[in-house]
Design a protein around this ligand. Structure first.
Ligand code: URA
Length: 242
């Protein structure tokens, strides 16, 4: 089993909060490899057996969730001003998950959450270039050179390095699909701003080969199936833009 802090371990494997787990530990109710340990911050070695009375506290399996993010919620664990996407989850899920690839306040669509740091790295690491697909509506008709500009790389305001080659597929002059292989701050909006246009609505429909479940209403979420966990890490095959 993986190593980690004792209070985190106890709270992850029971219904207890981290604080309640700390109280239990300080009371001497938790044993690690047959010894009482009273320090909440104690590090648990790999393969340790942690007991609460007669109960072996086995680590819960990792959490993998997809949500249909609605507009108006912030992608953060906490925010002083707005409700967050994490607020939509029950406490047993929300305590430990982090968001894989944030979306802006007004962006909707596929959002992944997990407590598995290795998996989120595989999904979002720019080195692996798992594609992310966005459906975009634009304020103005798109210039004819836009497909080439996206394929060649665009210089964003305030940055030196061109964007990585991206795929723009035109549905009509004000509706497009964009596939990105990196995730810079407000990237889609800034790419269109660089072409003199403005994004009106932005919706993420796919990450890697995983599509947003069409049955999930905005604000709804569910666990990923084992196949979906893999699909999210698999590179997209994008048809040529022309
Ligand atoms: N690009 C943006 O500009 N915003 C998002 O929310 C995601 C990608």
């Amino acid at each position: 089993m993986a190593s980690g802090r004792l209070d985190r371990w106890v709270s992850q494997t029971t219904e207890l909060s981290r604080k309640e787990a700390g109280i239990l530990i300080r009371r001497g109710e938790i044993q690690v490899n047959g010894e009482v340990v009273k320090k909440a911050a104690a590090q648990i070695p790999d393969g340790a057996e942690v007991f609460w009375g007669d109960d072996l506290l086995d680590v819960a399996p990792p959490i993998y969730l997809m949500m249909h993010k609605p507009a108006g919620l912030v992608c953060a664990n906490r925010d002083g001003l707005y409700s967050t996407v994490i607020d939509l989850l029950p406490p047993e899920w929300s305590r430990d998950v982090h968001i894989v690839g944030r979306l802006d306040l007004d962006t909707t669509g596929l959002l992944l959450m997990t407590d598995d740091g290795d998996w989120s790295h595989r999904v979002s690491s720019p080195r692996r270039a798992v594609g992310k697909v966005y459906e975009v509506s634009l304020a103005d008709p798109l210039v004819s050179s836009a497909e080439n500009a996206f394929a060649d790389g665009i210089k964003l305001d305030g940055e030196e390095k061109l964007t990585r080659p991206a795929v723009l597929q035109r549905i009509d002059d004000q509706h497009v699909t964009v596939t990105l292989f990196e995730g810079r701050y407000h990237q889609v909006k800034r790419m269109f701003a660089a072409l003199g246009n403005k994004v009106e609505t932005l919706h993420r429909s796919q990450i890697g080969q995983l599509q947003l479940d069409a049955d999930l209403k905005p604000g709804a979420w569910r666990e990923l199936t084992p196949d979906e966990i893999e699909l999210a890490t698999q590179s997209l095959q994008v048809p040529d833009a022309d």
